[in-house]
Design a binder for this molecule. Sequence first.
Ligand code: RB5
Length: 162
Amino acid sequence: MEIVHYRKGQVGKVKIGIGNDHAAVEMKNDVAAYLKEKGYEVVNYGTDSHDSCSYPEYGEKVGRAVAGGEVDLGVLICGTGVGISLAANKVKGVRAVVCSEPYSAKLSRQHNDTNVLAFGARVIGIEMAKMIIDEWLNAEFMGGRHQTRVDMIMAIEEKQEQ
Ligand code: RB5
Protein backbone atom coordinates (compact mmCIF):
# COMPACT_ATOMS: atom_id res chain seq x y z
CA MET A 1 0.00 0.00 0.00
CA GLU A 2 1.24 3.44 -0.96
CA ILE A 3 2.67 5.56 1.88
CA VAL A 4 1.32 9.08 1.70
CA HIS A 5 2.81 12.18 3.25
CA TYR A 6 1.00 15.42 3.91
CA ARG A 7 3.89 17.12 5.64
CA LYS A 8 7.54 16.70 4.76
CA GLY A 9 9.08 14.11 7.04
CA GLN A 10 5.82 12.46 8.07
CA VAL A 11 6.27 8.73 8.17
CA GLY A 12 3.43 6.27 7.73
CA LYS A 13 -0.10 6.52 6.48
CA VAL A 14 -2.01 9.78 6.72
CA LYS A 15 -5.14 9.32 8.82
CA ILE A 16 -8.21 11.22 7.66
CA GLY A 17 -11.29 11.70 9.83
CA ILE A 18 -14.46 11.99 7.78
CA GLY A 19 -17.75 13.44 9.02
CA ASN A 20 -21.16 14.03 7.46
CA ASP A 21 -24.83 14.57 8.16
CA HIS A 22 -27.85 12.85 6.58
CA ALA A 23 -27.51 14.92 3.39
CA ALA A 24 -24.15 13.35 2.54
CA VAL A 25 -24.22 9.64 3.40
CA GLU A 26 -23.67 8.46 -0.20
CA MET A 27 -21.00 11.04 -0.91
CA LYS A 28 -19.25 10.18 2.36
CA ASN A 29 -19.13 6.51 1.32
CA ASP A 30 -17.81 7.38 -2.15
CA VAL A 31 -15.20 9.76 -0.72
CA ALA A 32 -14.11 7.24 1.94
CA ALA A 33 -13.69 4.54 -0.73
CA TYR A 34 -11.69 6.96 -2.90
CA LEU A 35 -9.37 7.92 -0.04
CA LYS A 36 -8.81 4.29 0.97
CA GLU A 37 -8.04 3.39 -2.65
CA LYS A 38 -5.38 6.12 -2.60
CA GLY A 39 -3.76 4.61 0.49
CA TYR A 40 -5.17 6.86 3.22
CA GLU A 41 -6.49 5.52 6.48
CA VAL A 42 -10.06 6.71 6.98
CA VAL A 43 -11.89 7.05 10.29
CA ASN A 44 -15.65 7.52 9.99
CA TYR A 45 -17.13 10.02 12.49
CA GLY A 46 -20.23 10.73 10.42
CA THR A 47 -23.73 9.33 10.37
CA ASP A 48 -24.58 6.32 8.21
CA SER A 49 -28.30 7.00 8.51
CA HIS A 50 -30.56 9.07 6.26
CA ASP A 51 -32.60 10.18 9.28
CA SER A 52 -32.44 13.93 9.79
CA CYS A 53 -29.64 14.87 12.19
CA SER A 54 -27.63 17.95 13.16
CA TYR A 55 -24.39 18.74 11.32
CA PRO A 56 -22.72 20.61 14.25
CA GLU A 57 -22.29 17.28 16.06
CA TYR A 58 -20.18 15.85 13.23
CA GLY A 59 -18.26 19.05 12.55
CA GLU A 60 -17.27 19.16 16.21
CA LYS A 61 -16.35 15.45 16.33
CA VAL A 62 -14.00 15.68 13.38
CA GLY A 63 -12.66 19.05 14.55
CA ARG A 64 -11.78 17.59 17.95
CA ALA A 65 -10.21 14.50 16.34
CA VAL A 66 -7.97 16.73 14.20
CA ALA A 67 -7.11 19.19 16.99
CA GLY A 68 -6.41 16.34 19.41
CA GLY A 69 -4.16 14.48 16.95
CA GLU A 70 -6.41 11.41 16.70
CA VAL A 71 -6.31 11.96 12.93
CA ASP A 72 -4.04 14.10 10.74
CA LEU A 73 -6.70 15.82 8.64
CA GLY A 74 -10.48 16.05 8.36
CA VAL A 75 -12.99 15.93 5.51
CA LEU A 76 -16.53 17.16 6.22
CA ILE A 77 -19.60 16.92 4.02
CA CYS A 78 -23.12 18.22 4.59
CA GLY A 79 -25.67 19.67 2.14
CA THR A 80 -23.58 22.75 1.40
CA GLY A 81 -20.43 22.14 3.46
CA VAL A 82 -21.12 25.44 5.20
CA GLY A 83 -22.75 24.47 8.50
CA ILE A 84 -20.43 21.57 9.19
CA SER A 85 -17.31 23.68 8.49
CA LEU A 86 -18.61 26.49 10.72
CA ALA A 87 -18.96 23.98 13.56
CA ALA A 88 -15.47 22.55 13.02
CA ASN A 89 -13.96 26.04 12.97
CA LYS A 90 -15.21 26.60 16.53
CA VAL A 91 -12.78 23.94 17.77
CA LYS A 92 -9.47 25.46 18.84
CA GLY A 93 -6.72 24.54 16.40
CA VAL A 94 -9.02 23.86 13.45
CA ARG A 95 -8.73 25.72 10.16
CA ALA A 96 -11.56 24.41 8.01
CA VAL A 97 -12.22 25.55 4.45
CA VAL A 98 -15.37 25.00 2.44
CA CYS A 99 -14.64 24.57 -1.29
CA SER A 100 -16.63 24.02 -4.46
CA GLU A 101 -13.60 24.11 -6.75
CA PRO A 102 -10.00 22.87 -6.62
CA TYR A 103 -8.12 26.20 -6.83
CA SER A 104 -9.26 27.42 -3.41
CA ALA A 105 -8.65 23.97 -1.94
CA LYS A 106 -5.02 23.97 -3.11
CA LEU A 107 -4.35 27.55 -2.00
CA SER A 108 -6.00 26.91 1.36
CA ARG A 109 -3.29 24.32 2.08
CA GLN A 110 -0.43 26.34 0.59
CA HIS A 111 -1.29 29.66 2.24
CA ASN A 112 -3.67 28.96 5.12
CA ASP A 113 -2.47 25.52 6.28
CA THR A 114 -6.05 24.27 6.45
CA ASN A 115 -6.42 21.00 8.30
CA VAL A 116 -10.09 20.33 7.49
CA LEU A 117 -11.72 20.35 4.03
CA ALA A 118 -15.49 20.69 3.64
CA PHE A 119 -17.80 20.57 0.64
CA GLY A 120 -21.49 20.18 -0.12
CA ALA A 121 -23.11 16.98 -1.38
CA ARG A 122 -25.96 19.12 -2.74
CA VAL A 123 -23.53 21.51 -4.44
CA ILE A 124 -20.90 19.41 -6.22
CA GLY A 125 -20.72 15.92 -7.70
CA ILE A 126 -18.31 13.16 -6.74
CA GLU A 127 -15.87 13.84 -9.61
CA MET A 128 -15.46 17.47 -8.58
CA ALA A 129 -15.13 16.31 -4.96
CA LYS A 130 -12.28 13.97 -5.96
CA MET A 131 -10.50 16.77 -7.82
CA ILE A 132 -10.84 19.09 -4.83
CA ILE A 133 -9.56 16.40 -2.47
CA ASP A 134 -6.55 15.64 -4.70
CA GLU A 135 -5.52 19.28 -4.95
CA TRP A 136 -5.94 19.76 -1.21
CA LEU A 137 -4.01 16.65 -0.20
CA ASN A 138 -1.21 17.12 -2.71
CA ALA A 139 -0.51 20.75 -1.81
CA GLU A 140 2.01 21.67 0.85
CA PHE A 141 1.94 24.58 3.26
CA MET A 142 4.45 27.19 2.10
CA GLY A 143 5.30 28.68 5.51
CA GLY A 144 7.26 31.98 5.59
CA ARG A 145 4.96 35.01 5.41
CA HIS A 146 1.99 32.64 5.34
CA GLN A 147 3.05 31.18 8.68
CA THR A 148 2.98 34.69 10.18
CA ARG A 149 -0.60 35.14 8.96
CA VAL A 150 -1.73 31.72 10.14
CA ASP A 151 -0.17 32.54 13.54
CA MET A 152 -2.24 35.75 13.55
CA ILE A 153 -5.42 33.74 12.91
CA MET A 154 -4.61 31.31 15.69
CA ALA A 155 -3.80 34.20 18.07
CA ILE A 156 -7.45 35.29 17.77
CA GLU A 157 -8.42 32.10 19.61
CA GLU A 158 -6.07 32.98 22.48
CA LYS A 159 -7.48 36.53 22.72
CA GLN A 160 -11.01 35.15 22.91
CA GLU A 161 -10.22 33.06 25.95
CA GLN A 162 -9.36 36.15 27.98
C1 RB5 B 1 -29.50 19.84 6.17
O1 RB5 B 1 -30.76 19.96 5.59
C2 RB5 B 1 -28.62 21.02 5.76
O2 RB5 B 1 -29.02 22.16 6.43
C3 RB5 B 1 -27.15 20.70 6.04
O3 RB5 B 1 -26.79 19.52 5.40
C4 RB5 B 1 -26.15 21.74 5.59
O4 RB5 B 1 -26.35 22.11 4.28
C5 RB5 B 1 -25.97 22.88 6.48
O5 RB5 B 1 -25.13 23.77 6.29
